[in-house]
Design a protein around this ligand. Sequence first.
Ligand code: MN
Length: 220
Amino acid sequence: MALDDYIKKRKFNNTPEPEGQYVGGNSDRFVIQRHQASHLHYDLRLEMDEVLKSWAVPKGPSLNPDDKRLAIQTEDHPVKYLTFHGSIPKGNYGAGDMTIWDEGSYKIIPDGKYTSGISQLKKGDLKIEFFGKKIKGKFALVKMRHTKEQNQWLLIKKKDDFSTVLEYDAEVFSNKESHSKASKIIPLKPSQLLKPMLATAAKKIFNDPEWIYEIKWDGY
Ligand code: MN
């Protein structure tokens, strides 16, 4: 547990980010922030040992167990960062817009003698159950052993009631303006001509929070 790096990288008179302070206790909360910095990425943060253990996930999390998402461990963040969103001004470390993509609580799944988050973190093999709005169920966060860089991990969904076989793109699940516009209900007048929406054949099934699927039972 150390916020030294966090503090060293920032000038707190020039960024809206919280100052580096430790808090007692641990409520097992997590946050995933969408961070539009020089490169878009998602920051996963787990409340642990009075700080937020943090990873930058370039492609964002996935609910598809076939995806192994690279997660680069970054400096510990203060617990106050759980609710941080806003614009980090140009010239600052991590300059760009940050929004909260998902938040909630998590639980460490005991693995033999490794029952705490800290012990699993040291082992490089975290077994986590998430209780978020988007990210739910069991995940593994595993340190890559055979790479030069010491901070590379993989975030992998486990098969459960919350996993999907569909393609998963975190961007599609972010609350973008286009989504709220698309779901706006427009009242129709009885005389108004309504153009039917034509079906277009797609190469593969897409995954979008605004769409649901049902199986066609006649063999197709
Ligand atoms: Mn970031």
